[in-house]
Design a protein around this ligand. Structure first.
Ligand SMILES: CCCCCCCCCCCCCCCC(=O)SCCNC(=O)CCNC(=O)[C@H](O)C(C)(C)COP(=O)(O)OP(=O)(O)OC[C@H]1O[C@@H](n2cnc3c(N)ncnc32)[C@H](O)[C@@H]1OP(=O)(O)O
Length: 181
């Protein structure tokens, strides 16, 4: 039996802290939008990068972004800010992992603590050399905060699946009625 024939429960789990990662970046003039603040897409790239690193670390190999949802921009980020993107695996399924990311900014011209400027939840699928999903080790939450994040991620997972199913049913029903759009 190879590891891929096993269920996640038959694989040794990994604690949340094993893959937790922070990526830091100083924002420059080339990161700005027309308003002069940092472009949301630049932040999203950092979020995807750190989440990919976390998913790769947790699963012990390559992982691809399956979805990114609830990307929230809470405060503008400015040129010169030192941005930290902090990520951890919140939840694991058979081959997918929900990664939670917090974005913090230290203002270069203020001696105040870093402020949270954004957050996001991403689903990554661990893949094999053929790009097919592979089994991941279950994440083992260590703290009460990890356990809360695990439970919240399960709620999001249930909603994602329900939404996907409902939309598919609607499209199938419209197609069955011969409606084209
Ligand atoms: C060794 C350590 C190294 C560490 C250091 C590494 C450093 C490295 C840093 C690099 C950091 C850059 C990271 C960038 C990452 C990209 O930019 S990747 C590029 C963008 N993404 C892609 O191209 C992915 C394209 N999509 C696909 O390939 C396929 O759709 C997928 C995602 C593999 C899924 O395949 P599928 O055939 O649909 O498989 P399926 O069994 O249905 O789904 C697999 C799992 O994914 C879930 N899933 C699928 N679609 C979705 C969805 N839309 N929403 C939610 N969940 C979904 C399913 O529910 C399922 O979950 P489980 O029940 O198994 O837990």
């Amino acid at each position: 039996m190879t590891i891929q024939d096993r269920s996640p429960e038959q694989i040794a789990g990994k604690p949340t802290s094993a893959a937790r990662t922070t990526l830091s970046h100083i924002m420059t003039g080339s990161d700005t939008n027309l308003l002069g603040t940092v472009h949301g897409g630049v932040i999203m790239k950092l979020v995807d990068d750190v989440a990919g690193a976390v998913a790769g670390r947790h699963s012990g190999g390559p992982a691809v972004t399956a979805s990114m949802d609830e990307m929230a921009f809470l405060e503008p980020v400015r040129v010169g800010d030192l941005v930290h993107v902090k990520a951890q695996v919140n939840w694991t399924g058979r081959s997918s992992m929900e990664v939670g990311v917090r974005v913090l900014a230290e203002r270069w011209n203020e001696s105040t603590p870093a402020v949270q400027v954004g957050s996001a939840y991403l689903v990554f699928a661990a893949v094999d050399e053929n790009g097919k999903p592979r089994v991941v080790p279950p994440v083992l939450p260590e703290t009460e905060k990890d356990r809360r994040r695990y439970q919240e991620a399960q709620i999001r997972r249930t909603h994602r699946l329900a939404r996907r199913r409902a939309i598919k049913e609607l499209r199938d029903a419209r197609a069955a009625e011969g409606i084209e759009d």
